[in-house]
Design a protein around this ligand. Sequence first.
Ligand code: C2E
Ligand code: MG
Ligand code: MG
Length: 631
Amino acid sequence: MKFIFFRMKQRHSLYIMLVSLLSFSLLGVIIYKSVGEMFISQSRTNAMGLAVIAANEIDGDKFETIRSKDNDEFYEVYELLDKYKDFNMLQYIYTMRMEDDVLTFVVDADPDDPAGCGEEYNLLEDMIPAFHGQVCCDKKLTKDKWGKFFSAYAPIFNSDHEVVGIVGCDITTADITRRLAILRNVIVCLISVFAALCLLMLILISRDMVNTDSLTEIANDNKIKNVAARLKRKNKLKDYTGMLVNIKDFKYINQKIGFNGGDELLREYAGQLKKMTRKGEFVARTGNDNFLMLIKKGREDEVLKKLSPMDINMSAYAGLEDFKIYSRCGMYSVGEDDVLSSVMNYCTLAVNSTRKAENDDYVWYEDFMIKQLLEDKNIVAKYKEALKNGEFQVYYQPKVNIDTRTLCGAEALVRWVKEGTIISPARFIPVLEREGKIIDLDFFVFEQVCKDIRRWMDEGIKPVRISSNFSKLHLKNEYLSEDVLAIVRRYDIDTAYIEIELTESSGYSDFDALQKFVRDMNEAGIYTSIDDFGTGYSSLSMLKDIDVNVVKIDKSFFDNMEDEKQHGANLVGNVIRMIKDLDRIVICEGVETEKQVMFLKGTECNIVQGYLFDKPLPCYNFEERLKTPVY
Ligand code: C2E
Ligand code: MG
Ligand code: MG
């Protein structure tokens, strides 16, 4: 039964249980009522039948003459009544003689005290039908001075068909009430047992609810905490590896297939993770698209092999067959002293490090990660003060036209100069971005760029177009365009010297804001570019809808350009051609060799940025470049 309930949605089983409890109780009441009715009507029929039989047996003419116990007829009637006295539930059977409207008790079947023409009764309302030739039964359960009875009466006729008396039957209701009480108790007992069962189920279900993730119906973090605590008590937790699994690009997938599709995907995904576990292994959803698995040591590779890619059939939801899901996984081999929270922390550090470009999707926890975490915290803590203290400097990396080998632009790249050492932006930008602290820094760099352009113009140095990097977090600011234009106006510089680089939009939520910003910049004559094209979610079709001027192809595109079959080179060439077809300027980043330049000359890309020509230069070095812009 538990199994059936658990297979159903818990909420549904709860409703079903409540409805069945109510129906069961209602059924009990109906059974009680109808069985009660049945008992009563059976007793009533018996009483009436008996009265009729006795009345028929009595000779009405003789009965008419009974005046006292001395009459022979008196004993005749007594013996007749005595025959029936053992009848089921019968309390009394008696006769009354009729004289006008008065009934006189004549004889009853009580051998100790047969009534003898003694008491007189006025004709009772209840008995009247008996005198019209009918058998009558009085109220169902009477509570009168004689106790609880059914009384049935039948008329005694003389040979002239006149009513000369009646036979009365009093049947005790005590037995009926006793039997009904037994029935009631049985029903109440059954309902109580059923209610107790329901309560038990309720407890089980609510316990299960506390331990089950409502979306995926696998264990939740509460359950895995309990499991881990139990394993810890038995000193068995150390036999496991914690694997924190996370769906790659889930945010993007969710936006693409809709939230309902995303939910379905999570359910399917959780189901497949569960199938990967063996007896004594566990998986729980710990939130969003994060799942923690406790896998027996030595089984990790087996699980990882099944993890990516995972085929999920979503045809019913997104019209996509064979949805391939890739996962990230942070792993930690549980030690003697670990508890679940430490396992979670180590796994989280490991899974977070999979997000770094240079790392795999599956990463084991290593001690340096803790150190890095502390350093990250240090960066965040020191950043505000550093910005105030002028520790951030702007470097410029030239962009070169490879046809003319002349300087044709530059990218502003920030450096943190701390106690004489330069910290690379690759170290602190992602941290600040993750913590939402990048905005001020980007504006600082942008303002510094405008300031420098102003100064170069004032000093008679002809500037080139300088691009500044803007984090995608800026797109949350609905006044971004106004803020940018206010700075440009403050330094009164020609917008033709300004370009804003945005990394690819991470999804559709930013897409509208990105489109608006690009439109505003176009109207103001400021160039915009998509940075690192080919590393994220941007696609050529997206470019059709966003009117950026420049597309910067990421360095990683060149990394496998020199494979034997020239696949990489063909890819770069085709991508450049397609972007050009969309009428955008293409800049290739990370150009390090003349061979790459030679290759690019054969394509439609004639602007590059890379160490071959210049590394990012401090401002004063870059000024020299501006003065002699030929390579
Ligand atoms: P990015 O915008 O793609 O900048 C290009 C990066 O590639 C720069 O790294 C540059 O030094 C490097 N690079 C250029 N040519 C070559 C080459 O030939 N070989 C190699 N290996 N690398 C080359 P950098 O300066 O370390 O900046 C890293 C990233 O940090 C930038 O990538 C950008 O995304 C971010 N960043 C830098 N400054 C800022 C800023 O002011 N704001 C924001 N939001 N991000 C910034
Ligand atoms: Mg850039
Ligand atoms: Mg780039």
